[in-house]
Design a protein around this ligand. Sequence first.
Ligand SMILES: Nc1ncnc2c1ncn2[C@@H]1O[C@H](COP(=O)(O)OP(=O)(O)OP(=O)(O)O)[C@@H](O)[C@H]1O
Ligand SMILES: [Mg+2]
Length: 236
Amino acid sequence: MTLRITGMACGYRGRPVLEDVDLAIEPGEIVAVLGPNGVGKSTLMKSIMGVLPSLAGRLELAGEDLTSTSALTRSRRGIAWVPEGRRLFASLSVRENLLVSARGINAAAVRQRLDRVSELFPELMTFLDRPAWALSGGQQQMVAIGRGLMSDPRILLLDEPSLGLAPLMVRDLFRALDALRGGDMGVLLVEQNVEAGLSIADRGVVLERGRISMVGTPEQLLANDAIVRSYLSDSA
Ligand SMILES: Nc1ncnc2c1ncn2[C@@H]1O[C@H](COP(=O)(O)OP(=O)(O)OP(=O)(O)O)[C@@H](O)[C@H]1O
Ligand SMILES: [Mg+2]
């Protein structure tokens, strides 16, 4: 299912942070969103999820107009959001955190989805009964992504998954995310670790001054001096 956004404006209290956003996410691809702090990357994700009403434009999933629908409807249609900062239920176990996203689904389907999460993050299965507060940051991030996947989404919105993780954890995380490519789910990825983000992305979108300023393949973006200077200065 393709997610298609056309002419979207999003922001707060009627004031746009982003305008004229045209973006499509196809099944099986990872689209990376780049841009400076505060440009509106998280705002875009909130608007796509529908937790923040968009100010203009249209959002379609598989040709169905979802522009005026609630976050609940969008989640039922197959959009899942893993927000910045993980937001797990601290006192619930890992298993309970995962099952929150699989309510109303029969036991066989739940098992199937858990199997899929365990393929991606085998380690998760070794601490299913531990409370979320007792996990490391990297483990919590696995749970957060796993929870997103438990709803069996068609579109997964990942906001800064590697934030605060140790380098080894980041490596494992990107390996797992790379394995999501080519399936039936499209991923929109916001990542401050631009190099790693682009390394697993099929396309990248750059946001600047309230708009999309550039789109391209990772190769095209990495061949652009301004991009390298702005986002990869450490490694340039
Ligand atoms: N709840 C809110 N109410 C009003 N303004 C907000 C709210 N959340 C964010 N903003 C503003 O919207 C703009 C975009 O913020 P957003 O969090 O989307 O940026 P971002 O690109 O995700 O930044 P970062 O890289 O730091 O995560 C910022 O100017 C921010 O101050
Ligand atoms: Mg953000």
